[in-house]
Design a protein around this ligand. Structure first.
Ligand code: FRU
Length: 613
């Protein structure tokens, strides 16, 4: 939606001559340059939004928002110097009727005030009744995955389910497409497919920016802020990290920051508090990532505010990586046989199986105070990965999901190149929501399976390709995915391969971009090669081949693939193996071809077009 706005483009040359420090400013704004890198913008108009122009390639300017002379807000933005890549809104409604002045320190040294006054930012910022929310990223912005309306996104945060709504908060930079100004963006959904964008829920304050955390519904009012209040814990990231609390009395739309923050401090870097009510011990549990120490800390509390450290887990165990982040701890059913085990999710960066960030997990027991991981026969604790793609991180679960579901969602990117991917007005999507359970693999070990949430079945629209009982050979069997799908589809393929055979599935377009997936029945692996998938040269870490165990012994794999413009998620054998990988094809993949080295059969193939509301 592009709403016309009033703008005084021709900045009153006469005014300029009378007031040398005033630049070409839009209606309702007065710009005064105070020096080579300091500019004041006074807001004299009444519109709710100040639209700010961003140029991706330059450094951040620091903006202090002075309201009636006091600093009400500080943020960082790549204010356009030579050209505007996109614009972002600054919400002025909280300051209605007050004196608002933006005190801006630009980073670039300028030779003179005259040069500083030539930055396009001064003439390209303007007041507006609304801001442009049109999707200018049609080529790569996913359609059935959650993405922020604009700006940078990383970890999912504070997710809870209440009154039929799935609340998803996320690490958000509202003023640009790179990591900065960490706030909690907010979206809600009734079906986990269609998302409504809600106002920003938590913004940086005097204690720092708002890093990752979790939220619960305090049914019994243990925190003393009322029954059924939504209580969020997050990391305040100032000079150092500490844990803070915020409370919502309107189902998560707005949060009041607790006056007694921080509620938990440590002497070393710790973040991403994840809490839950423990029905057995009748107290709150909290897991905190002791990031640089490669361990998770376990706390208890009666009231969500006072936390007692009980134990630590992780030092020297499994994948250690660079930092440990974003924990989650919950119970999952085992093999559907009525028993349950505890699962500790541990996101780490770098140190993932294919470089960069990834999620490992531990299966074991938790008594409310201590987590004890299962071991192998030799007493060691194995490394287990949740996803065997490169683009799956910070996965955590919804609190209070219905029917005892353990529904999780991840950030579909990798810290290695998230800020480099070829989109600009927005950056990053979430994975599809997934449901988890534990299964026993052929090696006798327990692993976690993740299947697409059942709601994803509603995505299926028309069956655009259908085939069965096809013998596969060296010559490829090819299927055209109709152009009307724009390449957005779900592919279901059941393969049977004789011992020692390999089956190759290739998604491609006419330009020669291709993604090659190979099921190797001898090694019981699946590989995913995106080295020629389209635009891959924005980072040397992007072209990659990822490989997953298939956890079968009979040469049969059932695949469900979701293709959504710039992402492919491959779920194998009911989520026993999952591979999430980004791709940036130059045009949609409209061909699927299968071939075999050895004896193999495509017992069933269905390609569905997808529908959202
Ligand atoms: C993980 C992470 C968290 C932190 C957040 C900051 O991706 O580094 O540990 O809270 O991102 O945005």
């Amino acid at each position: 939606m592009n709403i016309p706005h009033t703008r005084l483009a021709a900045a009153i040359a006469a005014g300029l001559m009378m007031l040398p420090a005033m630049a070409n400013a839009a209606d309702g704004l007065e710009v005064s340059h105070l020096g080579v890198n300091n500019t004041l913008v006074r807001v004299t108009g009444n519109a709710p939004f100040l639209i700010l122009p961003v140029q991706e390639s330059i450094d951040d300017a620091r903006v202090n928002v002075l309201v009636d002379g006091k600093i009400a807000d500080t943020f960082y933005i790549r204010l356009a110097k030579n050209k505007t890549d996109f614009t972002v809104p600054y919400d002025l409604t909280p300051y209605k009727g007050k004196n608002v002045v933006l005190d801006i320190v630009t980073p670039q040294g300028r030779a003179s005030v005259r040069e500083a006054s030539e930055d396009v930012a001064w003439s390209n910022m303007y007041l507006s009744d609304t801001f442009d929310t049109s999707n200018r990223e049609l080529k790569y912005r996913p359609v059935f995955h959650h993405t922020p309306l604009y700006g940078w996104m990383n970890d999912p945060n504070g997710m809870f389910y209440k009154d039929g709504k799935w609340h998803l908060y996320y690490q958000h930079n509202p003023y640009g497409s790179k990591w900065q100004n960490m706030s909690w963006g907010h979206s809600t959904s009734e079906d986990l497919i269609n998302w409504e964008h809600e106002p920003e829920a938590l913004r940086p304050d005097g204690l720092g920016s708002i890093f990752s955390g979790s939220a619960v519904i305090d049914h019994d009012g243990t925190a003393g802020v009322g029954k059924d209040a939504v209580v969020a814990l997050y990391t305040s990231a100032g000079t150092n990290q500490m844990q803070s609390m915020a409370v919502s009395h309107d189902n998560g739309t707005t949060f009041e920051v607790f006056g007694g923050n921080p509620i938990l401090t440590l002497e070393s870097e710790a973040r991403d508090p994840n809490m839950f009510w423990n029905e057995e011990t009748k107290e709150w549990n909290l897991v905190l990532a002791h990031a640089l120490d490669h361990e998770m800390l376990f706390f208890t509390s009666p009231d969500l505010k006072t936390w007692t450290l009980q134990s630590a887990f992780g030092k020297g165990i499994a994948a250690q990586g660079g930092v440990w982040e974003c924990p989650d701890l919950f119970r999952l059913p085992v093999d559907g046989n009525g028993t349950e085990k505890w699962v500790l999710l541990c996101n780490l960066n770098p140190g993932g199986p294919f470089g960069g960030s990834a999620t490992q997990y531990f299966i074991g027991e938790f008594d409310g105070k201590t987590f004890k991981s299962d071991t192998l026969a030799d007493g060691t604790i194995p490394t287990k990965w949740l996803d065997f793609g490169k683009d799956h991180y910070a996965t955590v679960s919804w609190s209070g999901a219905p029917d005892d579901r353990r529904t999780v969602i991840g950030w579909m990117s990798n810290w290695e190149y998230a800020a480099e991917v070829p989109t600009s007005q927005y950056r990053s999507a979430n994975t599809l929501p997934r449901e988890m359970e534990i299964f026993t693999a052929p090696d006798g070990e327990l692993y976690v399976a993740s299947v697409p949430s059942p709601e994803m079945l509603a995505l299926r629209d028309k069956t655009v390709v259908s085939a069965s009982g096809k013998k596969l050979g060296r010559k490829a069997t090819s299927f055209n995915i109709p152009a009307s799908t724009e390449g957005l589809c779900e592919i279901v393929a059941d393969l049977e391969a004789a011992a020692g055979s390999k089956v190759e599935l290739t998604l491609s377009n006419k330009l020669g971009d291709k993604v090659v997936m190979v099921y190797d029945a001898a090694n019981h692996t699946m590989s995913f090669d995106r080295t020629k998938s389209g635009v891959v040269d924005f980072s040397e870490n992007f072209p990659a081949v990822t490989v997953s165990p298939t956890f079968e012994t009979d040469g049969k794999v059932s695949l469900r693939l979701f293709v959504d413009r710039s992402s492919i998620e491959l779920f194998g054998n009911n989520g026993r193996f999952v591979m999430t990988n980004l791709v940036f094809p130059n045009e949609p993949y409209l061909n699927l071809s299968l071939s075999a080295d050895g004896s193999a059969r495509l017992s069933n193939l269905k390609i569905y077009s997808v529908k959202t509301k």
